[in-house]
Design a protein around this ligand. Structure first.
Ligand code: MIC
Ligand code: SF4
Length: 643
């Protein structure tokens, strides 16, 4: 039987396991990336493994999230990352050099290779034909040390593209259309492969926008073929030797095929507070806008910003709107400057921010109270912008600029001027913002510099056979990691300081949670479906673990978060009968006995002391996952010699 693109790359990288959907497979990882907000923890974990030098083909540490330096914390973390990277064979992309996913696509992505990153949008690499996954820092640390990455073998979905996008309709609208069709949980357990004749009408950065937002579908990853468009992009980046062609076999089998005719799409917009809350832009026409932000790893490529500049040229933004532009990389910013497009952007009244994540993660540029903010980003979760009652909408750069000019939500297809922008034949390559690691013979002389903000990370205890714990929190469906462990300028600087971070856990849902969980000693969280969607931040597992959470019982889990819970030694189990969710309340005392046997059998019995009821929870884990849980997490398991 023929293979899909993803199946071919998996087969090439298979360390162990059977490629039947649902079974666990272990994959060899060629490249890793970290960013600063998750990287500090990942390198602290790597250091405990005692491996002198990374064993991957390429590992790189980016600094792009915590670039506001309002005190010593972020600067100290940057210094730690730079020195720990140099010592252990990791490249270092300096602050200001750009957003990890954009820079990686430009400078390092290679079709046919595997990439593991401590950021959920590492999937952007699928735009260049890489099989790329987001994961928690601990999994990335293991991969840097040469260990395999374990995933559940996904199902295969295909999106078959036909036709061609109309002017002012974009790759972002394709992503939003798929979110409208599938929802934020529709991709769970699947790899989404993009194919069909419409593919060759999309450039690599446009493909990157689409694979980036595959994360919002809950998909394991997304991937495009590697074709003449990929080759041209690599050649323009001076890396044509990295090109290999990649296509699925004609008789490859998919579990689901979704057809999208690009020529029929209209500009779309995701309304607050979920990326799948999608409607047509025209249906919100005329609604007042306070703020517009262009940038993020979704939409900050040169192509995006050349279009933005062309639309702004000779015009001024509405006085009531504040517009920010964050270029994705120094390459993008330099090329905008060289061709004069930057002047067109500045003359329009836009504020040009650093080449970094910035407003996307609440690092400045929070909207005004109750303000409507149109953003070209990938997430609009409640409170993520830094303003709790901010109303964040997700749009394409074209819709963003059309709306910034008029001051209200505007369908860009109603604009008369044609938008003609072409990609350059060659990009301006200057890798001076990327520092090589020390040569192996000099690595011993590199001193790793640690500031006082770096605290030792918590280690959990082995799982006992009988657990009695209180339900310290009950939450509903689609709880994101931004609910569990919020980000933003005030909190992010403490990503290497779990005790301080713990004060903010579940702040959006229930500010009393940290104190209650600590007082309870052992805690259980009850969740609805798709618990833990969003970011790969392992802090959303490490912090609850620090606060005494031992188990999460949910209707279903997001993939990366479930893996992070296991790595932190917290049991992620699901209600065998979802109706039982209604019967258990916050404050109830639950007892789970014979845990080791239950894990082996794939089912645990949970006794509720408050109702006297007993219900069952499913726990179908692989033997490795069971061993990690019983050891009290991946670090304990690795120390005990587990692979
Ligand atoms: C995000 O977009 O939520 C982040 C910030 O990039 C996270 C990583 C993090 O929490 O540091 C992600 O997507 O994984
Ligand atoms: Fe950065 Fe936003 Fe992309 Fe996360 S989604 S990597 S915060 S730009």
């Amino acid at each position: 039987m023929g293979k899909t693109i993803a199946q071919k790359i998996i087969a090439d990288h298979l360390v162990s396991g059977d490629m039947t959907p649902g079974s666990e497979v272990a994959l060899r990882i060629d490249q890793t990336l970290t960013q600063d907000a998750t990287g500090t923890m990942a390198y602290l974990e790597f250091e405990t493994m005692g491996i002198p030098r990374v064993k991957t083909e390429l590992s790189i540490a980016y600094v792009d999230h915590n670039t506001l330096q309002c005190g010593f914390e972020n600067s100290d973390d940057h210094r730690y990352l730079q020195t720990v990277a140099a010592k252990h064979g990791v490249w270092f992309s300096r602050p200001g050099n750009g957003i990890c996913h954009q820079v990686h696509l430009e400078r390092f992505g290679k079709p046919g290779k595997t990439l593991l990153g401590s950021d959920s949008h590492t999937t952007t690499g699928g735009g260049i034909g890489m099989l790329s996954f987001g994961a928690g820092g601990m999994d990335v640390a293991v991969a840097m040390g040469g260990g395999a990455y374990y995933i559940t073998m996904p199902k295969m979905f295909k999106v078959n593209l036909t036709g061609k996008l109309r002017p002012y309709v974009t790759a972002k609208d394709v992503s939003l259309e798929l979110l409208r069709i599938l929802s934020v949980k529709g991709g769970v357990g699947a790899i989404i492969e993009w194919g069909g004749p419409g593919v060759e009408t999309l450039s690599v950065p446009e493909r990157g926008t689409i694979t980036n937002m595959g994360t919002e579908l809950g998909a394991t990853t997304s991937i495009f073929p590697s074709d003449h468009v990929t080759r041209a992009f690599l050649a323009a980046q001076g890396r044509v030797e990295d090109y290999v062609p990649l296509a699925s076999d004609p008789d490859a089998r998919y579990d689901r095929i979704i057809d999208i005719d690009l020529s029929t799409l209209n500009p779309l917009i995701a309304c607050p507070h979920s990326p799948d809350n999608v409607v047509e832009v025209s249906s919100l026409k005329g609604q007042k806008v306070d703020q517009v932000c262009v940038g993020s790893c979704t939409n900050s490529s040169l192509l995006d910003l050349l279009k933005v500049a062309a639309m702004l040229k000779g015009k001024t933004i509405a006085p009531s709107v504040s517009l920010s532009i964050s270029p994705g990389s120094r390459q993008v910013l330099t090329m905008l400057s060289d061709c004069g497009a930057l002047s067109d952007i500045l003359a329009s009244g836009a504020r040009v921010l650093e080449c970094a994540c910035g407003p996307c993660i609440g690092m400045g540029f929070s909207p005004n109270s109750g303000g409507v903010s149109l953003r070209t980003f990938n997430r609009n979760f409640l409170g993520r912008s830094g303003t709790k009652d901010g109303q964040v909408y997700l749009v394409s750069p074209e819709t963003a600029v059309a709306s910034a000019l008029t001051g209200c939500i505007t369908d860009p297809t109603t604009l008369e001027a044609p938008l003609a922008v072409t990609m350059p034949e060659t990009f301006r390559v200057d890798d001076s913002g990327i520092l090589p690691p020390a040569e192996p013979e000099n690595a011993g002389n590199v001193a790793v510099l640690r500031g006082p903000n770096i605290k030792p990370f918590p280690v959990s205890k082995p799982l006992e056979d009988c657990l009695s714990a209180q339900v310290v929190l009950k939450v509903g469906d689609n709880i994101t990691t931004d609910h569990i462990m919020p980000a933003g300028a005030k909190i992010l600087p403490y990503r290497s300081n779990i005790p301080h971070l713990s004060k903010f856990c579940f702040q959006v849902c229930d500010p009393d949670f940290p104190a209650r969980a600590k007082a309870a000693g052992n805690g259980i969280i009850l969740g609805g479906s798709n618990y833990g969607q969003g970011s790969s931040r392992e802090h959303a597992a490490l912090v609850p673990m620090y606060l005494g959470v031992r188990m999460v019982i949910a209707k279903s889990f997001a993939r990366i978060h479930a893996a992070n819970l296991i790595n932190a030694g917290i049991l992620p189990v699901t209600f065998a009968d979802p109706a039982d969710y209604e019967k258990v309340s916050q404050g109830h005392q639950l007892t789970i006995s014979h845990i080791a046997d239950g894990l082996e059998a794939g089912s645990l019995s949970v006794q509720d002391a408050d109702t006297g009821d007993t219900f069952r929870a499913n726990c179908q884990f692989s033997p490795r996952q069971r061993a990690i849980l019983l050891a009290g997490g991946l670090l304990n398991y690795t120390k005990e010699g587990g692979q």
